[in-house]
Design a protein around this ligand. Structure first.
Ligand SMILES: N[C@@H](CCC(=O)N[C@@H](CS)C(=O)NCC(=O)O)C(=O)O
Length: 196
């Protein structure tokens, strides 16, 4: 298995996911900041937009961090890091797995760029609703599905950590504690050691 990655990018969540699984993988650096970048055919097949993270696993070649976390969890940890397809928790799991790319990241971008929110028209609602929904769902639980950590927490946890990094995480005991819990996971720490 090979992960295409770059430092200080969303690649860190893919490395974290691989570390949670405890599988063997190689990492190939893509210099996304290089001026005249020439991507290999292998990378381009995995990531048609030339974005990281991207993964090649045998005949599977793919990108998009949420898709990648879902693929890895289903393939290497079914029933543990992803509820099985016939588990009633599966729907809730998919909702929260997709919350990062579908809701958190567009809402962050809107706020960061000072764009006027339009909660009903925008698919991501708005920043404050995004935070309030996440915080309310988490409640007093450790993880977004309750007591069990899942791939959805890799996506959401990395969002909480990015929000904190950009000074955008609102004063919220629940979300602060959630980010701390994610950062304390041994797999997260191993991943950090590999990407820094
Ligand atoms: N929605 C994608 C976003 C990936 C993305 O935008 N990656 C950035 C780094 S964080 C990138 O590769 N930028 C370089 C480029 O677009 O050429 C995901 O979640 O994987």
């Amino acid at each position: 298995m090979k992960l295409f990655w770059a430092p200080q990018t969303r690649s860190s969540r893919a490395v974290w996911m691989l570390e949670e699984l405890g599988v063997d993988y190689a990492m190939e650096l893509i210099d996304i900041r290089a001026k005249n970048r020439e991507d290999s055919g292998e990378f381009h097949r995995a990531s048609p937009m030339g974005k990281v993270p991207a993964l090649v696993d045998g005949d599977v070649a793919m990108a998009e961090s949420a898709a990648l976390c879902l693929y890895l969890a289903d393939r290497y940890s079914p029933g543990t890091l992803a509820p099985r397809v016939d588990d009633p928790q599966r729907g809730r799991f998919l909702y929260w797995l997709m919350y990062t790319p579908a809701v958190v990241e567009p809402a962050m971008s809107e706020k960061f760029n000072n764009v006027a929110p339009n909660r009903q028209r925008s698919g991501w609602g708005d920043f404050d609703t995004m935070i309030a929904t996440w915080e309310r769902t988490l409640g007093k639980d450790d993880w977004i599905l309750g007591a069990e950590f899942s791939a959805a927490d890799v996506m959401l946890g990395s969002s909480a950590i990015f929000l904190r990094m950009f000074d955008m995480l609102p004063a919220s005991k629940a979300l602060e504690a959630y980010a701390d819990r994610c950062m304390a996971r041994p797999a997260y720490q191993r991943a950090q050691a590999r990407v820094s």
